[in-house]
Structures are given as structure tokens and as C-alpha cells.
Write a protein that binds this ligand. Structure first.
Ligand code: HPA
Ligand code: MG
Length: 234
């Protein structure tokens, strides 16, 4: 168990993860990188405030997570459960990196990949109703080692509900990889075993994370601007 104590301007927030580290910590007062320093699609000009995690850094961190997963699960068969839509890019890149390690060492992880879809956000707010699609019958998970792959964990409520759902199918083991974990006061300990980055409680987009379905076609993880929120509000 790793315990991280982070001073945020809201409260003293303690994140606890079993096993893995809490990831690269991005502080609340980190202003991000200017968008002028990177390239991004012209159709999003004015819609973004800053770059929080550049694409290359995401890839480098993902490579290390793949190694950590290989160290823990090497030679186990796993079922990767990709949580759509926000997790698709991270899942694809993580699976690629695990595949590369499997080709270049004497340890391998045979993987199957399954997709489920969760939806709980409207605009930048979490809604109460969580929809799980493609997860009706997960009975093939019985006795399997499952790696759930999520793009972002906010309050952790979604992850908690998903874990409960998956556990009901009696897998042998469940591990969770989350690219981003938001630093929010939470009353659940359902946090990932493998965390890419711990970020401030701000609405981020890009690398498959959306705001009302926009910005999935952006490579970097960015903070959306107020005018971007207005433009794509529904
Ligand atoms: N961005 C996109 N999707 C999300 C976020 C976010 O910051 N938090 C929870 N789902
Ligand atoms: Mg979304």
C-alpha cells in the first residue's frame, strides 16, 4: 500500500493505492505548457487553455506502465477490459507496449481484449446514471486475470460500480490501469493499481478524452478553455 499526501487548495487529500505508485504528480499550481509550443489541430484554436501532458510524455509513461504490468503479470493470460470511449487510445498504446515487451524478452503476456462502454458525463459534469454497454454477459471472465483500462478516474464512483459489476463474474484477479487520476476529495478507495498521472481537479480533454464527444482527435492532454466549453455545450 502506498500513501500519498498532497496539499491541494481545497483540502488535504490522501490518495491510497494498493501496490503501484500514484503516478507522476502534476501540482495544482502547474500552469501547463503554452499551446504555442506544440502542434494541435487548427479546428481547436481558441478552445484550449494549455497542454497539461504532452503526447510524448504520455507515451513514455505508458511504456513504463507496460513494464510494471509485465513484471507483475508476466506469463499470466490476461483479459484486457478497455473502457470506451475515453480509454481507447491509452488501451491501444498500452497493449502495443506490452506486445513489444512480449516480443523482446523471454516473458510474455498472452492478451485478449474486450471492450465495454461507460457513459456518465454531460458537459463537464458527472451525472448520476451510469450506463454500462457491452458488459451484459461477462461470464467468460470467470477464473481469468482481468486488467481494466480506463482513461481517467474522477470521483472513482464509475470505477467502483464497474469493479462491483466485474467481480460478480468471479474473475481470478482484477487489476486496474488508469492513465489519469484526478486529485479530488473522495470517499472511495477504488483507485487504479497502475496510474499514469495524478492531475488537478480540472476538466481535461484529448488523447480520447472528450467534452461532449469533441477533442478525442487531439494528441495531447489539455485543459479546455471557457470559450471551448461554451462552443461545444449541449
Ligand atoms: N475529461 C474528460 N472526461 C472526464 C473527465 C475529464 O476531465 N473527468 C471524468 N471524465
Ligand atoms: Mg466523456
Amino acid at each position: 500500500m502506498t500513501t500519498l499526501r498532497i496539499k491541494s487548495n481545497m483540502a488535504d487529500v490522501v490518495l491510497q493505492t494498493e501496490g503501484g505508485s500514484g503516478g507522476i504528480v502534476i501540482d495544482d499550481d502547474w500552469p501547463g505548457y503554452s499551446l504555442e509550443l506544440f502542434s494541435y489541430p487548427a479546428h481547436y484554436a481558441g478552445d484550449l487553455q494549455c497542454v497539461v501532458v504532452p503526447h510524448g510524455v504520455i507515451m513514455d509513461r505508458t511504456e513504463r506502465l507496460a513494464r510494471d504490468i509485465m513484471d507483475d503479470l508476466g506469463d499470466h493470460d490476461i483479459v484486457v477490459l478497455c473502457v470506451l470511449k475515453g480509454g481507447y487510445q491509452f488501451c491501444a498504446d498500452l497493449v502495443d507496449k506490452i506486445k513489444a515487451l512480449s516480443c523482446n524478452s523471454d516473458r510474455t503476456i498472452p492478451m485478449r481484449v474486450h471492450f465495454i462502454r461507460l457513459k456518465s458525463y454531460l458537459n463537464d459534469k458527472s451525472t448520476e446514471d451510469l450506463h454500462i454497454l457491452g458488459a451484459e454477459d461477462l461470464s467468460f471472465l470467470a477464473g481469468k486475470n482481468v486488467l481494466i483500462v480506463e482513461g481517467i478516474i474522477g470521483t472513482g464512483k464509475t470505477l467502483k460500480a464497474l469493479l462491483k459489476h466485474v467481480k460478480a463474474f468471479h474473475p481470478k484477479m482484477i487489476k486496474v490501469a488508469g492513465l489519469l487520476v484526478k486529485r479530488v476529495p473522495r470517499n472511495t478507495t477504488s483507485l487504479p493499481d497502475y496510474v499514469g498521472f495524478e492531475i488537478p481537479d480540472r476538466f481535461v480533454v484529448g488523447y480520447a478524452l472528450d467534452y461532449n464527444e469533441y477533442f478525442r482527435d487531439l494528441n495531447h492532454i489539455c485543459v479546455i478553455s471557457d470559450s471551448g466549453k461554451m462552443k461545444y455545450k449541449i
